[in-house]
Ligand binder design. Structure first.
Ligand code: FAD
Ligand code: UDP
Length: 397
């Protein structure tokens, strides 16, 4: 992974000193940009310049050893989960894996109980000893059927009723998004199932694994290719007229690319407070959620549970949601989808630019979905190339 300076990028690909033009400029070294960079370089032999305005690769999945030597995620806990074998196969070219099933507890009514709500949650909270069948009845009696489920409030009320909704979802969601669940698309709280079994895993996916040596190492291996030049700490604006390239793949916020000409797409941000404690462990699981509105943060993460690291100290992160700061979450609601559609139409009229990733396509995607999106783009580019090659062959014969 040759890391180069802006001066060097101006004179063209380091793998081919006689050539001054990159085939691709890729903005954003997160999953979207790094996967497409690797594929274009390795699969099609393209010369790629990958840039990021942050001083590191891996985007929001960036992890590093903190001052005490504990492996932490700078932008909050990232747990890999997917049902797609082909995505695991692809990433396995760059990492070994550590099996890890994520479990989360929520602090509710002075108790720590599993979230997603399961049999243990209900029995602990209400001092009962119900069977799964009895729990089904318990929830059915409380659920308030909603004829047409449109919002994130509807989803939960319809499944478990108002009391549990208020205990687990309303406060957390208001903090996380700065909006009431009734103002958010149903897709947001639909991410969280309700169970009447004792299954206390956060995800139900077939593959629940963590890169054995961390995400950043996985990205380093992915980008370790002579055709990929990496330029860090550099904004797109600083290179757009300085570097020669044929195509642009843009994984930053789509509205920013167009200078916000149709208005701003809302993104929710987070402020992270990282701490290292001189004790071996802080909490029983990797993540504890705090849905209560009086607690200013949403959750606390203790990384050693995720990474399996042994260390006499432990590092934790508090998450405080906010509006200003790096854009982390596209906000799923109808009016934002409408505005995105208008930006999408502008994008379609812009030649030689492709938008990709969570910010480029304004989608609340998990990591595996972003990898899938980048691999799909690669297949399209590959197919278009094969078509051009076939046409050239016909013309020549
Ligand atoms: P990003 O990782 O955001 O990368 C985009 C990059 O583009 C950034 O590094 C940015 O600096 C750069 N950039 C933007 N604009 C410019 C510009 N103008 N010039 C130069 N560079 C620019 N997913 C999961 O699957 N499991 C999880 O447990 C999970 N937890 C998460 C927890 C948090 C707190 C957050 C915020 C997200 C979580 N995600 C999780 C989602 C995951 O982070 C994303 O799916 C994934 O990182 C998106 O990759 P990306 O490449 O699209 O975007
Ligand atoms: N949620 C909640 N209480 C919780 C956990 C989740 O209200 O204890 C809601 C909240 O709106 C959150 C959404 O469910 O944004 C999706 O949660 P998930 O953990 O999937 O969000 P992520 O942190 O992965 O973006």
């Amino acid at each position: 992974m040759p890391t180069i300076s802006l001066e060097a990028a101006k004179s063209g690909p380091s793998c081919q000193p006689e050539c001054t033009t990159y085939d691709y400029l890729i903005v954003g070294a997160g999953f979207a940009g790094s996967v497409i960079a690797e594929r274009l370089a390795e699969g099609l032999g393209r010369r790629v310049l990958l840039i990021d305005r942050r001083p590191h690769i891996a985007g929001n999945a960036y992890d590093h050893f903190d001052a005490a030597g504990v492996l932490v995620h700078r932008y909050g806990p990232h747990i890999f989960h997917t049902n797609a074998q082909r995505i695991v196969d692809y990433l396995s070219r760059f990492t070994e894996w550590r099996p890890y099933e994520h479990r989360v507890l929520a602090q509710v009514d002075d108790k720590l109980v599993p979230i997603p709500i399961n049999l243990t949650t209900l029995n602990t909270l209400y001092g009962l000893s119900m069977s799964p069948e009895e729990a089904e009845v318990f929830l059915a009696e409380r659920a308030e059927p909603v004829a047409t489920i449109r919002t994130s409030e509807d989803v939960v009320i319809n499944q478990i009723g108002r009391e549990l909704y208020e205990k687990f979802f309303r406060g957390y969601t208001r903090k996380q998004w700065g909006l009431d669940p009734s103002a958010l698309d149903k897709s947001v709280t639909s991410r969280i199932p309700t169970r009447t079994s004792e299954d206390d895993r956060y995800f139900g996916d077939t593959f629940q694994i963590m890169p054995r040596d961390g995400y950043t190492q996985m990205f380093e291996r992915m980008l370790d290719h002579p055709n990929i030049d990496v330029l860090l700490g550099t904004d797109f604006k600083a290179v757009r007229d300085e570097v020669k390239y044929e195509h642009l793949i843009y994984c930053g916020p789509i509205d920013e690319y167009f200078d916000f000409q149709l208005g701003r797409l809302p993104y929710r941000s987070l402020r992270f407070e990282h701490q290292t404690l001189e004790q071996e462990h802080y909490q029983p699981v990797a993540v504890v959620n705090y849905p209560h509105p009086d607690v200013p943060y949403t959750r606390i993460t203790e990384y050693k549970h995720l990474t399996g690291q042994t260390h006499p100290c432990t590092s934790i992160t508090y998450e405080f949601p906010c509006d200003d700061g790096d854009p982390y979450y596209p906000v799923p609601r109808a009016e934002n989808a409408e505005l995105y559609k208008r930006y999408r139409a502008l994008a379609e009229q812009t030649p030689n630019v492709t938008f990709l990733g969570r910010l480029g396509t304004y989608k609340y995607y998990n990591m595996d979905q972003v990898v899938g999106q980048a691999l799909a783009l690669y297949r399209d580019i590959q197919a278009a190339n094969a078509e051009v090659a076939a046409e050239t062959e016909i013309d020549a014969s």
